[in-house]
Design a binder for this molecule. Structure first.
Ligand code: ATP
Length: 246
């Protein structure tokens, strides 16, 4: 990849490096996400996936590299201005407000909204079980329902790019399927998605592009149709598959 951001990409990341004290969690990381794309970042525990998403969202500051959103360098900007420019994160563990109802949680996402098609009615249309539960405390919802509310809350800001951490963690396969169906709908509405997924087969099935991280470095990247599952699994676990000499 060139050292320059890709001009027509929605998100263009170049040479990103992030440290947690002594530990370098991301090294020279490059990534492009285009409009209408679903890109999955995969990798084992500790590979640096959450560090990447939190840096993109502006929670962590990189020690090197640039983050460009629709051609604008946002590397030094605070989280709220990235939300205003359309980059919104669904954090790991959903992080709903426990004392608020489902609807209040959704409305909390509209605080810095951009103009666009997503509002309460549109989120209720996407997740049609929600209106009946709008007054329930978020703590009374199942894990899958909470994940849907977390996504709905992010949509309320009318993102151009959704960053979703650990989308399927702890959810039953059927629930994961439903969430991915909703994501397809979201992408059709014109929003791109960058997601962290621990399940390699799932990532290969749903993403337009997959990036595999190992110890903070990209070890494999490409379209699922160009990648063989055994190679991706080997990259995921850091297994060297090159034939031994002799
Ligand atoms: P997981 O799937 O377990 O969440 P991950 O791929 O998201 O893993 P990160 O959470 O980004 O990985 O962690 C990358 C590395 O940085 C790990 O070695 C982790 O221990 C370390 N790390 C993450 N957050 C911090 C922190 N706040 N302080 C110190 N080290 C951290």
């Amino acid at each position: 990849m060139s050292a320059e951001p890709t001009q027509d990409a929605l998100l263009s990341v170049r040479g990103l490096a992030v440290r947690h004290g002594q530990l370098q969690a991301l090294h020279d990381f490059d990534l492009d996400v285009r409009e209408g794309e679903k890109v999955a970042v995969i990798g084992a525990n500790g590979a640096g996936k959450s560090t990447l998403l939190r840096t993109l969202a502006g929670v962590l500051k990189p020690v090197a590299g640039t983050i460009s959103l629709a051609g604008t360098d946002v590397t030094g900007t605070p989280t709220h201005s990235r939300v205003e420019q359309g980059m919104v994160m669904v954090p790991e563990g959903r992080r709903l407000f426990p004392s608020l109802t489902l609807e209040e949680n959704l409305l909390s996402g509209a605080y810095r909204r951009r103009p666009g098609r997503w509002d309460l009615a549109a989120v209720y249309e996407l997740f049609d079980w929600m209106p009946d539960r709008r007054d329930q405390a978020s703590t009374q919802l199942s894990g899958g329902q909470q994940q849907a509310v977390a996504i709905g809350r992010a949509l309320m800001a009318n993102p151009r790019l959704l960053l979703i951490d650990e989308l399927s963690l702890g959810l039953a396969p059927v629930v994961v399927q439903r969430i991915y169906q909703a994501l397809d709908e979201i992408v059709r509405s014109g929003c791109a998605v960058l997601l962290v997924e621990q399940d390699v087969s799932q990532a290969m099935a749903v993403a337009d592009h997959v990036h595999c991280l190992l110890e903070g470095r990209t070890v494999l990247s490409g379209r699922p149709s160009e990648l063989a599952l055994p190679d991706v699994e080997a990259a995921y676990f850091g297994i060297d598959t090159t034939p031994k000499a002799g």
